[in-house]
Design a protein around this ligand. Structure first.
Ligand code: AMP
Length: 203
């Protein structure tokens, strides 16, 4: 568990759709023994189960639009209050705009916490597009239509990329080359986290 040796890591992984942030986030969280908090996964699970939240967000996510901040913020707050996130977590897909950054800051400050590192996965747009096309074939995600994909990439550039400037002024962004084999990319991320003293020391 993460409580050993006072270890904690509060991380965020950011990248455009198709950057591999979901896959890499899961690998890093597993290696560090911290939970992944993925808003996209939470929304998809609710849509699949047909919950009230799922019904509210289905049309929005299918179109590639952002779910309203007040809905998303409340979900993340509830999730981070779960005991397994007390000593660390890896956020995937949240915050996604400047307003969400402010809310997360307030929430973490209330717990005398802050993010330790923001991993930016850097992948050229053509590479993202071809990976999403592959995922659409393999997984059949209902928001992986050509129109929704282009819309999501535009939203990423317009609303999400600016959060990196905010975190950049805090000196916590590590920009990682997201092109290569899965293992190579994981190793790059681990090396960046180690350089910050955030990699887990094996007992
Ligand atoms: P993702 O799996 O991270 O690409 O998220 C899938 C979809 O869920 C997005 O296209 C949005 O519609 C919605 N979503 C995920 N995270 C957020 C967020 N932080 N704010 C608003 N909408 C979100």
């Amino acid at each position: 568990m993460t409580q050993d040796n006072g270890f904690s890591a509060r991380l965020l992984i950011v990248g455009p759709q198709g950057s591999g942030k979901g896959t890499q986030g899961a690998r890093i969280a597993e290696a560090l023994g911290i939970p992944v908090v993925s808003t996209g996964d939470i929304f998809r699970a609710n849509i699949k189960e047909g919950t009230e939240l799922g019904l509210t967000v289905k049309a929005i996510t299918d179109a590639g639009d952002l779910v309203p901040d007040e809905v998303t913020n409340a979900i993340v707050r509830d999730r981070l209050e779960q005991p397994d996130a007390a000593e660390g977590f890896l956020l995937d897909g949240y915050p996604r705009n400047i307003a969400q950054v402010a809310l997360l800051d307030d929430f973490l400050q209330g717990r005398e916490e802050s993010l330790d590192a923001v991993i930016e996965l850097n992948v050229p747009r053509e590479e993202s597009l071809s990976r999403i096309a592959l995922r659409a074939q393999e997984q059949g995600r209902s928001d992986d239509t050509e129109q929704a994909i282009a819309h999501r990439l535009d939203i990423y550039e317009r609303e999400t990329a600016p959060i990196l400037a905010v975190y950049g002024t805090r000196g916590i962004v590590d920009t990682i080359d997201g092109v290569g084999s899965l293992d190579e990319i994981t190793e790059r991320i681990v090396a960046a986290l180690e350089a910050r003293g955030l990699a887990r020391v094996q007992a």
